[in-house]
Design a protein around this ligand. Sequence first.
Ligand code: WT7
Length: 630
Amino acid sequence: MKKIESLAEYYQDYQESIDHPESFWEDKASSFQWMSKWSKVLNWEFDSPKVEWFVGGKLNITENCLDRHLEIRPNQVAILWEPNDPKEKVVKITYKELHIRVSIFANVLKNHGAKKGDRICLYMPMVPELAIATLACARIGAIHSVVFAGFSAKALADRINDASCNILLTSDGSYRGSKQLCLKAIADKALESCSSITSCIVLKRTGEKISMKPKRDFWWKEEISKVTSLCKAQKMDSEDPLFILYTSGSTGKPKGVQHHCGGYMVYAEYSFRNVFQYNQNDIYWCTADIGWITGHTYIIYGPLLAGATTLMFEGVPTFPDAGRFWEICDKHQVNIFYTAPTAIRALQACGNEFPEKYDLSSLKTLGSVGEPINEEAWHWYNKYIGREKCSIVDTWWQTETGGILISPLSNITKTKPTYATLPLPGIQPCIVDLNGDELLGNNVQGNLCIKFPWPSMIRTIYGDHERCKNVYFSNYPGKYFTGDGCKRDHDGFYRITGRVDDVINVSGHRLGTAEVENGINEHPLVIENAVVGFPHDIKGQGIYAYIILDKNSLSENELTEQILETVVKEIGSIAKPDKIQFVRGLPKTRSGKIMRRILRKVAEGDTSTLGDTSTLLDPSVVEGIIKNSK
Ligand code: WT7
């Protein structure tokens, strides 16, 4: 696929993509290997919603990630793996080897009865086998559901059960900095309530002692020794599901966002090439975990479709010290580096001496994703990491969008601190006011919608199409609603201002307030609680929980500890509240609705503008909350 090479070309392509979307995307799709061609480029309506791209086309995404590179770049490194411990050996897997290893594992899955359309859950550390197994699912047409290996047994079980997965892939343990986590023990706990799982295949990573249940649990290594390395790619319809990925929404239950083969493939490569301006032989590194959409699209699919070398890192930014990211950039001469604002802020706080120790001259493009990047972090990234010679791309997108929608194109379009800037070709953003009217022209602010389909957009929520319609397509009929607030400035540049729903963004991870509240409620002494986000220097947003307790004999400190443990057990450590305040009552309207606006103000430490509280059922609870706020 050819990439955009100048500003003029960007504007020209953008216009073309609006005027003739079908021929525009047909041209992009033609650079891939299809088993048979589509009969129509696009069918769509945003009411049901129903969106179909490359209708009737047949393909397998792994042929495009692997087979088609075999003649041109068999010996090029596809996956460059950097272990948690810098003393452990780096692993380099060439395209040829990756093709073989994916085929072998695909045969293992088949041996365990997996077939097209089955759901397979992956709960694994950031090791090459995770990428291999993900691709192996795609090879045989099984739908992968990768669950981030920081989630609790309960959260894992909920996700396995929601999709009725029949196979679980996991490892004995995982290394995260100086910590070791026993994933298999967590998986065992989850499987107690997952009757759909018939096989659990376990990779040996840490070598710790684990229990293996006969006839259910199998060792990865033994299983791969039983099969051949030939596995024909399953023929998939362009609109067959490729994967499910769970994400949080404003209600308690996570949503299984579903992406389909053809459109996702085309947009993953298109956006990867253009945003990062990937050139042959560049070393590309995205620091995300494959358990999130960033890892799916920009560690695995986008780079491999483009025939790139993708670096995969097992560890954390601060181990053995806060120079680890920069040491890796230096060691592997990384050219394109993609990370999250929360990591940038955390490393900035550790001091400039860490990046200063390393040769970062190979870097050309620096990416940011996950939350709005604040001005200070942007400048530090630019100065201390980019040495003022790199292009910074602030990429806005979501699990639901499948790929980057609004972002500068590295070294081509203009950048502007804290702005995601301009939509990629094919993307038609619009800003609406609360009545749903589109705000035209520049210098406007409102809610961000997208008014025309793009190939990698969400198709449905697994098992709940009605919810997909309600959450994304009902607020503003005829438009996809992102849940984000947005401003378009005098230059026509977009700046994302953050979520406008009950979703909080903690260190770039999305959590629904209701989800955290449900977790806290599991503690037997909690009567009721309300959770809001508040500005946090490193995490972007922190979690502030207001909790009403049953009469009890425990000390508040002891209870705080227990409640934190409950949340870790119910969801995982990412959902741990940063502040807990025990309150006598919550500010509720006469109809019983919690006025979160007031709780947010208190959490922000801004109690001067609480607004009208006279409509509350009991206005006096607010005083108590303010007096004891943290
Ligand atoms: C939400 C999506 C997309 C991969 C990571 C998160 C926020 C994401 C930016 C950005 C401002 C951003 C939005 C969005 N977000 N990137 N560059 N600037 N906000 O995926 O978990 O689906 O979260 O993250 O609020 O809606 P996700």
